[in-house]
Design a protein around this ligand. Structure first.
Ligand code: SAM
Ligand code: SF4
Length: 336
């Protein structure tokens, strides 16, 4: 079947899905989830075959890029198999992964061999005690070894770092993190904290914007706006004398919704047309229909997906200073 483009009410073409394969994680990052996070019952989580079916049906609708995320996607059993199957689907140009890096020593080589093109690794500090405080359970050295393993595995689209900027935790370390990335041949994106889920504290205290970070980085690097587009929300700056770039993901200070090309599927099969809004549609009935053949189930999914495009909102309206989070889902459940 030839791929049909998914176009929403605002004329945006959706060519990119972020597929969460688990809500579970071995870390408990301060900005992402509370320490006593309650995970979803296993029976509600899509099987690998169901995840593959969702990806396949999206590719028949023109999706070309699939990012595997979570929770921590690499704690899901047989994740390499899923990546390999998705990379082999007709129409898929790129499979990417977002990971906390903890399992990369074990899995980086296999993931590259399975056809994963890019890996984004989250790294918020290079100071061991601070890294532990931020992730609550993470071990910095294990993640740094994971970064080395990913670099050695030779992902064709490269390895990138992601850092959530947090006042009082790591805002003084942004130039050091940027230098670490550039010295090791990686791009780095600095992310503004988003008000997703109740983490038991007010986010206004820790929110640190790109507008504050930019002059701080300019003291160390000569930055020129770049038109490089990785297909995601980051806007990049070329660093004089370096091959790599510094990016910002700025849902607050510079909204990027007008060019949004993606939707997200949770590990339980909820299709969210926008990270920052609550509307979603459950794909499970179409996937798990009692007596439906594969063709019927594919067609039911396709119809549902096309309907959801019609409710994709114009944009998010994140307010990090609001007393309560309007979006009660954690980033780990929707998939970052
Ligand atoms: N566990 C993997 C990881 O940490 O890279 C993948 C999932 S994680 C939810 C995806 C990305 O979302 C990470 O880069 C993480 O730092 C970011 N993230 C999580 N919660 C966030 C929040 N409230 N605001 C901004 N970024 C957040
Ligand atoms: Fe886990 Fe990623 Fe959330 Fe950190 S940001 S708790 S690593 S899902």
């Amino acid at each position: 079947m030839s791929a049909l483009p998914l176009i929403d009410r605002y004329g945006r073409e959706i060519s990119y899905i972020r597929l969460s394969v688990t809500d579970r994680c071995d870390f408990r990052c301060q900005y992402c989830m509370p320490m006593n996070m309650r995970f979803l019952p296993k029976r509600d989580i899509l099987s690998l075959d169901e995840l593959l079916q969702v990806a396949r049906v999206f590719t028949t609708l023109g999706v070309k890029k699939v990012r595997i995320t979570g929770g921590e996607p690499l704690v899901r059993k047989n994740i390499v198999w899923l990546c390999e199957q998705i990379a082999a689907l007709d129409g898929v140009r790129e499979v990417a992964i977002t990971s906390n890096g903890s399992q990369l020593v074990k899995l980086a080589k296999e993931l590259a061999a399975a056809g994963v093109r890019r890996v984004n690794i989250s790294l918020d500090s290079l100071v061991p005690a601070r890294f532990r405080e931020l992730t609550r359970t993470g071990d910095l050295q294990q993640v740094l070894n994971g970064v080395d393993a990913a670099l050695a595995a030779g992902f064709p689209g490269g390895v990138k770092l992601n850092t959530v900027m947090m006042r009082g935790f790591n805002e003084d370390e942004l130039p050091t993190l940027a230098k670490f990335a550039l010295d090791n041949g990686m791009d780095i994106s600095f992310i503004e904290e988003m008000p997703l889920g109740d983490i038991g504290r007010w986010r206004g205290d820790t929110y640190y914007s790109a507008t504050e970070a930019m002059p701080q980085l300019q003291q160390h690097f000569d930055l020129t706006a770049s038109d490089y587009d990785s297909g995601g929300p980051a806007r990049y700056w070329q660093v004089a004398g370096r091959q790599n770039r510094i990016g910002f993901i700025t849902p607050h200070s510079h909204n990027f919704c007008s060019t949004c090309n993606r939707v997200r599927i949770t590990a339980t099969g909820e299709l969210y047309p926008c990270l920052g809004q609550n509307d979603a549609s459950d794909l499970k009935p179409a996937l798990r229909g009692e007596d439906s053949s594969r063709e019927t189930s594919d067609e039911a999914l396709r119809q549902l997906i096309m309907q959801v495009m019609q409710i994709k909102p114009k944009g998010h309206d994140f307010d990090v200073y609001a007393p309560d989070a309007k979006v009660i889902r954690f980033m780990s459940s929707t998939g970052g």
